[in-house]
Design a protein. Structure first.
Length: 99
């Protein structure tokens, strides 16, 4: 995922569009921090004797991974719309625009 983000950052040419990349990067970092907090809380619960349900943990981490993937896909679609701005034959991903 980080390689994809690096490639997306290189595609951003205008400075105010780089803000899109930074926002995406910060959002993904926030999701990763949430996962780390959850991991620590789960470990503390396990130490205190609470039963941890593995399938629920897998579901939690899979959901976070899907959310991060969707955020990166949205950035890719936004970049595609920015790169094809003014192209009348291009089908926009976002009808309301990207500017």
């Amino acid at each position: 995922m980080m390689e994809r983000l690096t490639n997306l950052e290189q595609r951003l040419t205008v400075q105010h569009h780089k803000d899109l990349f930074l926002h995406t990067k910060h959002t993904i970092r926030a999701i990763e921090e949430l996962a780390e907090q959850h991991r620590l809380l789960t470990a503390a619960h396990a130490i205190n004797g609470y039963k941890i349900i593995g399938s629920e943990e897998v579901l939690f981490y899979d959901t976070l991974a899907l959310a991060k993937e969707q955020i990166v896909l949205t950035l890719e679609k936004t970049l595609d719309d920015l790169e094809h701005k003014g192209d009348k034959y291009y089908d926009k991903n976002f009808a309301d625009g990207v500017e």
